[in-house]
Design a protein around this ligand. Structure first.
Ligand SMILES: C[S@@+](CC[C@H](N)C(=O)[O-])C[C@H]1O[C@@H](n2cnc3c(N)ncnc32)[C@H](O)[C@@H]1O
Length: 269
């Protein structure tokens, strides 16, 4: 991608979460500043690329399970990130083409790319909302107006976004406000960075990120992440390192190594 992007609203002089994440996933939708911070992060914590991969693979397995085994047909994915391989709508619509998927992000670059790339099946729907996680009621209202039937179950996806909310109580409030607006039988799919397995190295690398980027990220203990699924039925095997959440038999052995990225899938009773 050129560093002189004509799209308005893009600041290519500061690193951005979605673009650095894209870089670690091997994507091309990032700028020099993102690659510099991304490389410095890797020097402190080389496993970050594995974290990113295991997290996306977990998302794929979770969405496949919900679409194929549970029959979920509506997905609300907040903190979409740059389109990459096997995005939520592709995974869900591969199982059930009629699946309706709403993506939400507040980054202008994500907006430009998502609108260009996130096209789904004719039978289903794939929509993009420019909205802020910190205003969950607005997200629900817009999703309900445009694409989702909020009287039917929805899978809410909060992957690597609640860590961008510095205050744990606020992150918890957001997750529960969103789930409160969804009917019984809805699901929460969530994962974020933790500080138990490689704590010091990951924390040092996050320090680099937070010193360089306007949007900070906060590693949490799994006990803290467990607050987001409190009151819901957490599916087996519980809140675990993403690589260990129902690994597929054909997983690359390298991807089975546990990293400091915990995920869970939970059902609202
Ligand atoms: C690390 S990326 C994760 C992308 C994707 N969910 C994944 O796990 O692969 C975090 C995403 O959250 C978005 N984001 C951060 N804060 C947000 C907010 N307050 N409202 C909406 N999106 C936000 C960023 O723009 C970015 O796309």
């Amino acid at each position: 991608m050129t560093d002189r992007d004509p799209s308005s609203g893009l600041d290519t002089s500061i690193p951005h979460s979605a673009r650095v994440w894209n870089y670690w996933l091997g994507g091309k939708d990032n700028f020099e500043v993102d690659r510099q911070v991304g490389d410095e992060f890797v020097r402190f914590y080389p496993d970050i690329t594995l974290v990113a991969r295991s997290s996306r693979a977990f998302l794929k397995r979770a969405v496949t399970h919900l679409a194929a085994d549970v029959g979920i047909r509506q997905f609300l994915d907040i903190g979409t990130g740059m389109p990459t391989a096997e995005n939520t709508h592709e995974v869900a619509q591969a199982v059930a083409p009629e699946s309706r998927v709403v993506y939400v992000d507040n980054d202008p670059l994500v907006l430009v790319h998502a609108r260009a790339l996130l096209t789904g099946t004719d039978e289903g729907a794939t929509e993009y909302l420019d909205a802020d996680l910190h205003d969950p009621q607005d997200i629900i209202a817009k999703a309900g107006e445009t694409t989702l039937d909020l009287s039917r179950p929805v899978a809410l996806i909060l992957m690597n976004i609640l860590g961008h909310v510095p205050d744990l109580d606020e992150a918890d409030r957001i997750a529960h406000t969103l789930m409160d607006a969804l009917p019984a039988g809805s699901y929460l799919v969530t994962a974020d960075g933790t500080n138990v397995l490689d704590g010091p190295a990951f924390e040092r690398a996050i320090g680099v990120w937070n010193a360089n980027a306007p949007l900070s990220y906060h590693l949490r203990h799994p006990d803290e992440l467990a607050r987001f699924t409190a009151g819901f039925e957490v599916l087996e095997p519980g809140l675990v390192p993403c690589a260990s959440w129902r690994p597929s038999p054909d997983s690359d052995p390298a991807d089975l190594r546990e990293t400091d990225e915990y995920g869970a899938v939970a059902r609202k009773p």
